[in-house]
Ligand binder design. Structure first.
Ligand SMILES: Nc1nc2c(ncn2[C@@H]2O[C@H](COP(=O)(O)OP(=O)(O)O)[C@@H](OP(=O)(O)OP(=O)(O)O)[C@H]2O)c(=O)[nH]1
Length: 217
């Protein structure tokens, strides 16, 4: 069902850029300026999280997961849902950051934009959760092991839920081009990253132990 605003405009408004291929920064959702900073309490919290979901969906709109079928947005939304449903995390900054955690790393979205649209706290968590894709892969992977233990509590929660989602995804389906060895390497590397964040959230850590133990590495 399409929703119509009071002046009968269909939301979301289609733009010329909707037909474009690839992730971009061209889509400026219409009402952000109107709502930013003008809501209070619970309403503002809900708005922050829903705005993050809307923003991430737009920015990831042409991307697929590595099975080349699943829309990429399933991942960040699933990470946020792990936080609410399994980790008992309802902090709006953490949830908004979870939904946004890959927009800087994997689309043309900049940290400056995240700061302007979502504020300092979300910016800081997204920054902590973003790999620098200009670095060689081996260095990026090593940096995650080195840095994850120094993250803020919010960033650790997002990072743990992110790894849990990815490891469960690997149990469900193997990304195109990955063999058993590559999957096992991702599990082994994830175990090292997760090990640096011990004591963050017991539900997430137990669920991660379960998924890693099931692999019988
Ligand atoms: N399991 C799985 N992973 C997929 C899939 N599609 C994309 N990914 C992403 O691929 C990354 C793992 O692939 P790698 O080859 O090891 O790393 P790279 O893409 O960063 O170079 C994960 O990123 P990460 O750095 O671990 O975390 P993040 O980018 O999600 O924050 C994961 O999010 C998929 O279908 N299944």
């Amino acid at each position: 069902m399409t929703e119509k605003s009071q002046n009968n405009e269909v939301y979301p408004k289609l733009t010329e850029n909707d037909s474009e291929k690839g992730a971009g920064v061209d889509e400026k959702p219409p009402a952000y300026e109107k709502t930013h900073g003008k809501l209070f309490g619970e309403v503002a919290d809900w708005n922050l999280v829903m705005k993050a979901a809307d923003f991430a969906a737009r920015r990831h709109r042409h991307q697929k997961r590595k099975d080349n079928v699943t829309p990429y947005i399933n991942h960040p939304l699933g990470v946020a849902y792990i936080l609410t449903s399994e980790a008992n995390v309802f902090d709006p900054v953490t949830l908004a950051s979870a939904v946004l955690h890959d927009v800087v790393e994997d689309t043309k979205t900049t940290l400056e934009e995240i700061l302007a649209e979502f504020g300092q706290e979300v910016h800081d968590v997204v920054k902590e959760c973003s790999d620098d894709k200009t670095l060689p892969k081996a260095e990026r992977k090593q940096l995650q092991i080195q840095n994850s233990g120094k993250h803020s509590h919010r960033a650790k929660l997002v990072h743990l839920a992110d790894k849990l989602y990815n490891l469960r995804d690997l149990e469900r389906k193997t990304p195109i081009g990955w063999d058993k060895k590559r999957v096992n390497e991702y599990f082994q590397w994830s175990r090292l990253v997760i090990g640096e964040m011990k004591g963050t959230n017991s539900a997430l850590e137990c669920a991660l132990d379960d998924v890693i133990n099931r692999r019988n590495l």
